[in-house]
Design a protein around this ligand. Structure first.
Ligand code: ACM
Length: 633
């Protein structure tokens, strides 16, 4: 018992020592500056909490609820300071001079002063909650420090596709919680696509009664092994949307709704076939996919991909879209309305006599010109309502709409081109580690995913500011976003698995100054702390491989591998006999010593098991001493 106590105590002290040595005091994303001072603020139940402006009392309550959970005591909230009381003070005095969303925290022996206004104060509270160590003997010892912080980019976004799979309001709120805790401020809600229309539009009820439901989902990776043939449906009522919007606004998150046009429109067309170039065609039947072979009539897509049946650019369609957008605009306060614009095949427009005549009549060059006309006409309507459009980077083709913001997803080129045309840009390149539907490791243990490889280190490595732009052009890069497409994500727990910890990398590249980037500190000090906290909660996450090991070949004869737990409190198990590591394997304690004879190799397999029982994928490392079947690097 005594021994166990000693081990627990040592582990605890190790965690505390790691927190003390962290130059970022455990905060993700890393602040602009952290200056550590000598001294400690002893947070105990005698401390008072002061917020002298009524508008800040919500933040005081937020902090107090946190202290109550963490320390087991609630702080007395008072209006003003008195000489002998230790205090935490929340104030907006002096915050007008700070950069937008910025804040300062000053921790001394006597008081903690938190300065900021609105979002800034909210973010300050997030930081103070993150830096607070665990309690010891009924007090929380907060090290003295001065923190100054503000964001690098004003648009810090995370996207969620709710068309391919639908997620309940509870998951959306949890998503917003995570975003706000890590200082992201734009939730891009991808509400419509081929596989389902998910937003109630009162004027067009069939959008959700027909377009919100499909008669099956492919099983496995596209083209899959067939379909489950089960009805799959779901949509958000406007009342539910209002609930989400209020929840997001309270956390300083703007919600950008996306209504896809002119492509990815087949759910809308299933509901209202007259929106197609060829209303009579049984267009959703793809002879290459036997499970949909002979079905007649319009239906919502149950397979994943890009489809030729897109909106016909006639007056009826524009009227329809304007009415839809008017309801969207009435519902969502966002300055930005996302109108899609990506992956719109031109095949039906080529085949359509109406479209060909329209191209001639408008003196357009080709179908790309028609896409540009489509986007510009929609933009005009949205601008008339006082809002701005965002579109995926295909909206550059055939000429950019005059006021549009471009989301650069196919690479960085679209963003660079748009910035050079003095258009605002949000960077979200699919090869930049920002497509969170890509796999997080090369292990076969990863759940079914769309492909691609985007470990959190790739997300972390990406710099949203293209080097190709000069200082003037760089001003148009307003931010960065990661996207979660959900073709292969059916459940809320898998949503969590796919975004965490990559969302922490996103937060850091979106918020922190480029020169504050430090992968070693991020992955070896802060990530293990944040993941350990999550491990105690109901939130799922991807468990990293042991620190000190990558999936690679190591060459040598005498190996002495030093590993560290990627989640504080987790255990590493390993094998060298080719079996799968588990609690029945070797428990890593202090180094793996292996001697490999000349011409041979050993395969070190590791797995991490967290205190809650979550497991990492198995990582394999070849310890090679010139084996014939191992390629030299
Ligand atoms: C996209 O990923 N199709 C924008």
């Amino acid at each position: 018992m005594r021994k166990l106590f000693t081990i627990v105590l040592l582990a605890f002290l190790a965690i505390e020592a790691s927190a003390q040595s962290d130059p970022n005091m455990g905060i993700i994303p890393a602040p602009v500056s952290v200056k550590k001072n000598s001294g400690t603020f002893k947070l105990d139940k005698t401390v008072v909490l002061i917020s002298n402006e009524p508008k800040n009392s919500r933040m005081a309550d937020l902090l107090n609820a946190f202290v109550t959970t963490k320390g087991g005591f609630a702080l007395r909230e008072v209006k003003s300071e008195s000489a002998n009381e230790k205090a935490i003070i929340l104030t907006s005095e002096g915050a007008d001079q700070m950069p937008a969303e910025g804040y300062k925290i000053n921790i001394t022996d006597k008081k903690i002063t938190i300065t900021g206004k609105e979002a800034g104060l909210f973010y300050a509270v997030q930081s103070i909650m993150q830096l607070m160590p665990e309690k010891q003997n009924n007090e929380i010892l907060v090290p003295a420090a001065e923190i100054n912080d503000y964001p690098r980019f004003k648009y810090r976004g995370l996207h969620l596709d709710v068309s391919r799979h639908f997620f309940p309001v509870a998951l959306v709120k949890k998503y917003i919680d995570v975003m706000s805790q890590y200082k992201l401020n734009n939730f891009h809600w991808h509400l419509t696509d081929d596989q389902g229309w998910r937003l109630e539009i009162k004027k067009y009820p069939k959008l959700t009664s027909v377009g919100g439901s499909r008669n099956g989902t492919i099983i496995g990776h596209h083209p899959g092994v067939g379909t489950d043939n089960k009805e799959y449906k779901g949509f958000y009522t406007q009342d539910e949307v209002k609930e989400v919007l209020a929840y997001a606004a309270a956390r300083f998150i703007n919600v950008v709704p996306e209504i896809e046009l002119p492509g990815h429109a087949s759910a809308a067309i299933a509901a209202y076939p007259e929106l197609s170039c060829f209303p009579e065609r049984d267009t959703f039947i793809d002879p290459k996919t036997p499970w949909s072979g002979s079905r007649k009539g319009k239906q919502v897509q149950q397979q994943f991909g890009v489809f030729d049946d897109v909106f016909v650019p006639n007056d009826n369609t524009f009227k329809f879209l304007e009415n839809v957008l008017d309801e969207v605009i009435a519902l969502f306060p966002s300055k930005y309305i996302h109108i899609g614009g990506d992956e719109c095949p031109k095949e039906y427009w080529k085949q359509s006599e109406f479209c060909q005549k329209l191209i001639k009549k408008l003196n357009l060059k080709d179908e790309h010109g028609l896409q540009s006309y489509f986007i510009q006409r929609i933009e005009k309507h949205v601008n008339k309502r006082g809002r701005s459009v965002i579109g995926w980077d295909e909206i550059l083709e055939g000429g950019l709409a005059p006021n549009a913001t471009v989301m650069s997803w196919r690479g960085t080129e679209g963003g660079i081109a748009a910035a050079k045309q003095n258009h605002d840009v949000i960077m979200t390149p699919n090869a930049g580690g920002l497509y969170f539907d890509h796999k997080q490791s090369n292990s076969p243990d990863e759940p079914t995913n769309i492909g691609g490889f985007a470990p959190y280190t790739s997300s972390y490595a990406y710099d949203p500011m293209p080097k190709e732009l000069n200082a003037d052009q760089q001003k148009y890069v307003i931010g960065v976003q990661a996207n979660l497409w959900t073709e292969y994500i059916q459940t809320p727990v898998k949503v969590e698995y796919m975004i965490i910890p990559r969302v922490f990398s996103l937060a850091e590249i979106a918020w922190s100054q480029a020169e504050r980037k430090d992968l070693k500190n991020f992955s070896e000090q802060r990530l293990p702390l944040h993941l350990a906290r999550l491990d105690k909660s109901e939130t799922n996450y991807w468990v990293p491989a042991p620190i000190g090991l990558n999936e690679k070949v190591l060459n040598g004869e005498n190996f002495n591998l030093e590993l560290k737990a990627p989640v504080e409190g987790s255990k590493i198990y390993y094998t060298l006999d080719l079996t799968r590591p588990s609690i029945n394997g070797n428990l890593y304690t202090n180094g793996v010593k292996v001697i490999v004879p000349k011409g041979e190799k050993r395969i070190l397999k590791t797995v991490v098991i967290t205190p809650s029982g979550k497991q990492s994928v198995v990582t394999e490392t070849i310890l090679n001493n010139g084996a014939a079947d191992v390629k030299a690097k």
